[in-house]
Ligand binder design. Structure first.
Ligand SMILES: NC(=O)c1ccc[n+]([C@@H]2O[C@H](COP(=O)([O-])OP(=O)(O)OC[C@H]3O[C@@H](n4cnc5c(N)ncnc54)[C@H](OP(=O)(O)O)[C@@H]3O)[C@@H](O)[C@H]2O)c1
Length: 256
């Protein structure tokens, strides 16, 4: 998967982003915009040959080696460990920003109806996978500036969305993600580790995930382009004092 000599990637003058879950949707849009900005990107997909990942290959083909692709399936600890160990072989790698986009929503997922396996699937993908991916990255010697978890307004207790019929497992998985990442931020602070941990709600974004038949009207749908453009600004505006906080794509603090 590693397509360019490490020496090219070791240049410290560039801002380097790791986008986990870059095959489509918000993750793919991060890659597209970061390439335009001339940043360097490590992008992960779980199935590089899948038709829906082909857009990413197209991006990478014209980027003069600034986007490197790796395989990472966050449902598999082995896959996460293998991916992270590949990163450790890149000399002088520093990662300024990690954005964990990978996530699932299988609609509907009602508490009164869902199977054990369906619930576990949401928790494994949206909670455990992202946290373990971040944990494995933090356990390397790779300097990491900021880790951003794509959470959701659905996971907020403070703005509980009773209208969201069919979102129980999804909402629970994002809520659990929020709690685990807050603990991650607190643990890092206790260890004097300067890596910044952020949760973000990307907005109601027009992607495959939101392309579902729900009986209520979703207000304020935005494009992936707008969501990501604004999230990049928000992410880059945050310092260590913001670690363990939750933000919208517009830079408004969000209630847990
Ligand atoms: N869209 C919204 O309105 C919205 C709102 C709030 C929060 N979010 C959150 O934003 C994030 C991105 O959402 P999206 O709208 O871009 O969704 P999407 O279009 O459905 O894309 C989901 C991405 O996650 C990847 N993924 C799924 N399971 C994975 C796994 N086991 N390992 C690695 N990658 C995996 C997918 O890869 P494959 O192509 O291989 O399936 C795909 O790249 C998610 O965490 C979502 O919960 C989205």
């Amino acid at each position: 998967m590693n397509q360019i000599p490490d020496v090219l990637f070791a240049d410290q003058g560039f801002t380097t982003w790791l986008i986990v879950g870059a095959s489509r949707g918000i993750g793919l849009e991060f890659v597209r915009q970061l390439l335009v900005r001339k940043d360097r990107i490590i992008a992960t997909v779980r199935e590089p040959w899948a038709a829906h990942a082909s857009a990413l290959w197209g991006q990478a083909g014209s980027d003069h080696g600034r986007c490197q692709m790796y395989i990472c399936d966050i449902l598999s600890e082995d896959s996460i460990v293998k991916f992270v160990s590949q990163l450790t072989t890149i000399s002088n790698l520093k990662i300024d920003y990690v954005v964990i986009c990978a996530g699932v929503l299988r609609y509907p997922n009602r508490s009164t109806e869902l199977s054990f396996d369906e619930f576990a699937f949401h928790l494994h993908t949206n909670t455990i996978g992202p946290i373990i991916t971040a944990q494995k990255l933090l356990q390397t010697n790779i300097p990491i500036g900021t880790i951003v978890f794509l959470s959701s307004d659905s996971g907020s207790h403070g703005t509980f969305r009773e209208i969201e019929d069919g979102f129980a497992a999804y909402a629970a998985s994002k809520s659990a993600l929020n709690m685990a990442l807050r603990h991650m931020a607190a643990e890092l602070k206790r260890k004097d580790d300067d890596t910044i941990i952020l949760a973000m709600h990307p907005g109601e974004v027009a992607t495959d995930m939101s392309n579902i038949n729900i009986p209520w009207e979703v207000q304020g749908i935005i494009s992936p382009e707008e969501s990501v453009r604004k999230m990049i600004d928000v992410i880059q505006s945050k310092g260590i004092q913001h670690s363990g906080t939750f933000w919208t794509w517009e830079g408004k603090p969000y209630v847990w």
